[in-house]
Design a protein around this ligand. Structure first.
Ligand SMILES: Cc1ncc(COP(=O)(O)O)c(C=O)c1O
Length: 389
């Protein structure tokens, strides 16, 4: 009765159904291996936790934090962008702390669009993108990500008369784990500038990269008309702390600050201090954590290929995106798989129409559990073609 049209327009999530299926598997006595949610199981850097502990003993952190109090985090973010990507931003006007990239995106859309504007966004995509677009009252136009193109969009195929207010991209990508190079962002930024479109790049997996691969920043294409969202959830395993930052076009950042000023008082100062410390840590620490996910990838991908599944070797992210031969209903498949084997995956359909036929594994368990999951998938093959639920 009290739900607004806006609230009603936010799509429901399939993850509740997956959680219920996992509950039924547990109740039936199965040991559940949950690979459905991309929440890092790695510990945050000890120095960041120490900064937070210390902050809780400092009464100066108990008050509302003001914009001026965010200066150390803004400066640490600017130094990180310079060190890691060679990008120069003004910490006063081109950086803004966030309460996570997800919060940042929802408020950024409110800050830079008007109801009825068009948002071009990938299919498949991180599902909250659609909720954020619905809250902002946007018309969404899907931009297909297909395996033949390495899950990169074909911007030349977008009709010439479509002038979206914003284009949303995300590389390393969730759910496909595809990566993009600097030249791709240069082309995307030029495409956006030609159409008067803001390029929003969601970049939470910036440091979860494997081997010699390092992910570029979209800000390498220049700050004008580009905003990038960074998160410490995956790069520093601080997901529960809710902290990140936006950087880029000064006009868009100012608009975001204005909207957020009506909504929140910035993150708790202790969390800001933890994030400030984390962003200043040597890159080698982040490389070691990324290696953990790389080892898991190496445990899972060959085992899936042995099952006959089509899967690329990810160079980044914490996901494996696999096409299951003959799969037509990924939601029904994932629910039955969870109930019958205890292996909980994300159905590809949860990420968009073009996710159908795929499942996503989050690499949030040790290699031995991933190998066990693949073994159960092999045994559960009859699940796909067999009994109806
Ligand atoms: C693409 C993408 N963007 C944003 C987020 C959420 O980031 P944060 O924890 O900073 O809100 C996630 C989390 O899984 C994600 O995959």
């Amino acid at each position: 009765m009290w739900a607004s049209q806006r609230a009603g327009a936010v799509p429901g999530s399939i993850f509740g159904r997956m959680n219920a299926a996992a509950g039924r598997a547990r109740a039936a006595g199965l040991e559940v291996i949950d690979l459905s949610i991309g929440s890092s199981d790695q510990p945050p850097p000890e120095a960041a936790l120490a900064a937070l502990r210390e902050a809780t003993r400092d009464p100066d952190t108990y008050r509302y934090p003001l914009f001026s109090d965010t200066a150390p985090l803004r400066e640490a973010a600017a130094a990180y962008l310079a060190r890691r990507f060679g990008v120069t931003v003004d910490p006063d006007t081109e950086v803004l702390p966030l309460i996570g990239a997800q919060e940042g995106l929802a408020h950024l859309l409110l800050a830079v669009t008007d109801p009825g504007d068009t948002l071009l966004l990938p299919d498949p995509c991180y599902p909250p993108y659609l909720g954020a677009a619905a809250v902002a009252g946007l018309r969404t136009v899907p931009l297909p990500l297909r395996s033949e193109r390495g899950f990169l969009p074909d911007l030349d195929a977008v009709p010439g008369d479509l002038a979206p207010r914003a284009l949303l991209l995300n590389y390393p990508n969730n759910p496909t784990s595809a990566v993009a190079d600097g030249a791709f962002f240069t082309r995307a930024a030029a495409w956006c500038r030609a159409r008067g479109t803001l390029l929003i790049h969601d970049h939470p997996y910036a440091e979860l990269t494997f081997g010699g691969y390092r992910a570029p920043s979209a800000l390498g294409a220049g700050l004008e008309g580009v905003v990038e969202l960074h998160s410490l959830s995956k790069t520093h395993h601080l997901g529960g702390f809710r902290v990140g930052f936006a950087a880029g076009d000064a006009g868009a950042i100012a608009a975001l600050a204005r909207v957020k000023g009506a909504v929140d008082f910035h993150a708790y100062l202790g969390i800001q201090r933890a994030a400030t410390v984390a962003l200043g840590l040597p890159d080698a620490l982040g490389r070691a954590a990324a290696q953990t996910f790389e080892e898991r990838r190496d445990a899972l991908v060959p085992a899936l290929r042995e099952l006959g599944w089509e899967v690329a070797t990810p160079q980044a992210s914490m996901y494996v995106w696999a096409r299951v031969p003959g799969l037509e209903d990924s939601v029904a498949y994932a629910v039955r798989l969870a109930e019958d084997t205890g292996v909980v995956l994300s159905p590809g359909r949860a990420f968009g129409m073009l996710g159908e036929g795929f499942v996503r594994f989050a690499l949030v368990q040790p290699p031995i559990q991933l190998a066990e999951a693949a073994r159960r998938l092999g045994q559960g093959r009859s699940v796909r073609h067999g009994r109806q639920s």
